[in-house]
Design a protein around this ligand. Structure first.
Ligand SMILES: Cc1cc2nc3c(=O)[nH]c(=O)nc-3n(C[C@H](O)[C@H](O)[C@H](O)COP(=O)(O)O)c2cc1C
Length: 210
């Protein structure tokens, strides 16, 4: 190997080492800020399903991951955020997946008070058709607000269906597949909460993938 090639190699290695060091320093300087921003965004997306309830502490720190198999809607892990006030359980926000949307799975956040009333429902992710199924989004229509304050007793379980299926809830104009899937997921989440409420609030927060 000639001296020139060796020199070039050393120069390239030095440049690569400097670049790697710069990336590492930048990562360490911005890591905390990125994590804080991510947490703030998560808190902002969770709060609307809580109907303005006064609570304490960052919601995201009470995160509980429920791995499958479980009786919540959707095949993957479900995520539960526990919300407290004066140290007492106030509500739970449960992120579940309705597997049977028109265009695929629909991620839903179901807020439920400790007493079992819906505090709010928000659609986290979906691929439903604009102008048809996307009316489930709170920014597109009022459809999702009809669940506010409802519970397993209001209406009775048989009423937890679309009007056209014999229940009490509205469908969307020209689209019943999407609302049927979301409604079914909300009903299953309420049933799960009713059966597992004490255990949900007693479980320690999950540490992984925060
Ligand atoms: C291109 C296309 C997109 C559609 N997107 C949706 C949708 O996002 N959500 C939905 O519920 N139905 C959607 N539909 C309509 C369904 O096929 C179905 O007709 C509708 O949900 C009404 O159901 P119903 O016949 O029981 O009233 C779509 C239909 C077409 C042709």
């Amino acid at each position: 190997m000639s001296l020139g090639i060796a020199k070039s190699g050393l120069t390239l290695a030095a440049i690569a080492a400097i670049c790697a060091a710069l990336v590492a320093v930048t990562y360490h300087l911005t890591r905390d800020r990125i994590a804080a921003n991510q947490q703030a965004m998560l808190e902002q997306s969770l709060a609307p399903a809580l109907a303005g309830l006064e609570f304490e502490g960052p919601i995201s720190e009470s995160r509980l991951v429920i791995p499958p198999p479980h009786d919540l809607p959707g095949p993957g892990p479900a995520i539960v955020y526990r919300v407290f006030a004066s140290g007492k359980p106030l509500a739970a926000l449960i992120a579940v997946t309705a597997p049977n949307g028109y265009a695929g799975p629909i991620r839903i956040l179901v807020g439920i008070s400790y007493e079992g009333n819906v505090t709010g429902v928000r659609i986290l992710e979906h691929r439903e058709t604009p102008g048809l199924g996307d009316g489930i989004e709170s920014t597109r229509s009022d459809w999702v607000y009809q669940f506010d304050g409802r519970s397993l007793g209001d209406p009775a379980l048989a009423g937890w269906a679309l009007k056209r299926d014999g229940g009490v809830f509205d469908q969307l104009s020209g689209a019943s597949v999407t609302p049927r899937a979301v409604l079914q997921a909300i009903r299953e989440t309420l049933l799960y909460f009713d059966a597992h409420r004490e255990a949900l609030f007693a479980a320690p927060a999950s540490e992984d993938d925060k």
